[in-house]
Design a protein around this ligand. Structure first.
Ligand code: ATP
Ligand code: MG
Length: 497
């Protein structure tokens, strides 16, 4: 929304009249705020952290807004790096915690600044060497002693080079903002924020909250309302549609009618969003502790069809089916892990999301191919390719999904010593978790799943015995082992529907 008339002054809620206490704010965020303030700048906490503090939730991260320019912020903190090409931001690092400091901006482009500015980062993988395990929602680590030190440049003074030469605003033909580096004041900054609940500023000067848009009232009413004209705001940045769904799921807020109304008609604009950004949004939807609710909201709002059409098509064709139940349970299990502070993996998430499309592709093949490894791999590749048309799935996750599915027949029909070797496969745990999930819905044998559970808990010696009893001659006898040679013909179809 482009603001023309001078904005109304904010409602200022003094410290005595709100519940945001410094004891709930990250000490590192406070350090950043104090240092900016002491250098003569305005400094506010802004966005989701203020919203969450008002709701009594633990904020995921703390964002700071200031009138200091990025270069001025950089000179204040030695542990600071400038990032973002579309929108220049300062990141101040404290051990594992990063405080994002954004200069007030004049227009309503989205603030994400994922693209690193400095050349040496260009080839880095987004989530580091470990790659596989993401911990998006985990607790903030203990703050290290502050390493921030004032740099030598004079403060508060604009120097040559501080002003961004790219300070232009560009839109594409659908109204999407492509570039926006126009700095402004807090009065301007507020109008570029998405929802009223995300547009509250906590002022470190006197610990008051500034509310230009009725956000405090909306939070109290648990209402999610876009600032400005919803059509325009979604056109500027279609990802706001996914953010609406995410906050609806995460906060349990009600979408205001005008905010909800354009979703059905504008969802296809998500097709114009860079796939890497959609992948990031997908992780935020499904790997931050409310994935099961996100799926429900995305479907109800018609947005899954734009994000992962093959998943929507499958679910719509099999309403209430086993795969839908499996997906729901897989997401709920993942949510529980996140709430318990355990690590989660995008590979497992993708495997359960794509379970339906993969099963659908296999079942469209002649039944004699259903249990061939090549059929399973082809189906994985096709389902991933379909998803790739919308979201950029990093290769290692796509390969992980393949490995998890390729492992299923080996898990369902374990063979002698090979079973022991499978235990050391890097994807064993994910494959086994998928087997358990399938067994929960009768898509794999519960007896076999239980055998693997027992095998993992067994001593070396007992393991040997367990696998020795799988040798075909003995396995056939007495049905003690999970291997049922005669069962091969009667194997389940991939979705048993
Ligand atoms: P979370 O709890 O997921 O961190 P958040 O509200 O903090 O939620 P962020 O993505 O961290 O979301 O963004 C921080 C703030 O930046 C938001 O609260 C909002 O004010 C603003 N913002 C983020 N993305 C957009 C966007 N696409 N359009 C407009 N404003 C945005
Ligand atoms: Mg945030």
């Amino acid at each position: 929304m482009r603001q023309t008339a001078p904005p109304a002054p904010p409602r200022i809620i003094p410290r005595a009249q709100h519940t945001v206490s410094r004891s709930h704010i990250s000490p590192n965020a406070l350090r950043v705020l104090y240092r900016l303030r002491d250098a003569g700048f305005q400094a506010f906490l802004v966005g989701g952290c203020v919203r969450d503090l008002l709701l009594g939730l633990d904020p995921k991260d703390f964002d700071v807004a200031t009138d200091a320019l990025p270069e001025q912020v950089k000179r204040l903190f030695r542990n600071c790096r400038l990032v973002g090409r579309r929108f220049r931001l300062a990141h101040v690092f404290f051990g594992q915690e990063t405080i994002e400091v954004a200069t007030f901006r004049a227009t309503s482009a989205p603030p994400e600044g994922e693209e690193p500015l400095e050349g040496e980062e260009a080839g880095e993988e987004a989530d580091g060497e470990e790659g596989e395990i993401l911990d998006l929602g985990g607790p903030v680590t203990e703050p290290r002693a502050a390493r921030a030190e004032a740099a030598h440049a004079p403060l508060g003074e604009i120097q040559e080079g501080d002003l961004d030469p790219d300070a232009v605003r560009m839109f594409d033909e659908t109204g999407r903002i492509l570039r926006d580096n126009v700095y402004g004041t807090i009065d301007n900054d507020v109008w570029r924020r998405d929802f009223t609940a995300n547009a509250l500023y906590y002022n470190v000067a006197d610990f008051s909250i500034w509310d230009y848009v009725g956000g405090v009232e909306d939070i109290a009413a648990r209402r999610l309302r876009l600032i400005g004209d919803p059509q325009t705001r979604y056109r500027e940045d279609p990802v706001r549609m996914l953010r609406a769904a995410r906050f609806e799921a995460k906060l349990g807020f009600e979408l205001d009618a005008q905010t909800a109304e354009p979703l059905g008609t504008l969802r296809d604009l998500l097709g114009g969003v860079p796939p890497a950004r959609l992948f990031d949004e997908m992780l935020k939807l499904f790997l931050t502790g409310h994935g099961a609710r996100s799926l429900e909201v995305l479907r109800r709002r018609g947005l899954l069809a734009a994000l992962l059409p093959n998943v929507e098509v499958y679910l719509a064709a099999h309403p209430g089916g086993l795969v839908e139940k499996l997906l729901h349970k897989g997401l709920a299990n993942t949510d529980a892990r996140i709430v318990a502070g355990r690590p989660v993996s995008p590979t497992f998430l993708l495997a359960v999301l794509l379970y339906g499309p993969i099963a659908g592709i296999i079942e469209a093949m002649p039944p004699n191919r259903w249990h061939e490894l090549s059929a399973i791999l082809d189906a994985c590749d096709q389902a991933v390719r379909e998803a790739q048309a919308h979201i950029a799935i990093p290769r290692r996750f796509a390969l992980g999904v393949r490995e998890m599915f390729a492992m299923q027949p080996r898990l369902e029909y374990p063979r002698g010593r090979r079973a022991l070797r499978l235990l050391t496969h890097p994807k064993f745990r994910a494959g086994y978790d998928l087997l358990l999930l399938r067994a929960d819905f009768g898509l794999a044998s519960a007896e076999t799943a239980g055998w693997w559970t027992k095998l993992q808990g067994a001593s070396e010696q007992d393991r040997e015995q367990m696998v020795d009893s799988l040798v075909p001659e003995r396995a056939g006898a007495g049905r003690k082992s999970p291997r049922r040679r005669s069962g091969r013909r009667g194997r389940r179809t991939p979705n048993a529907s």
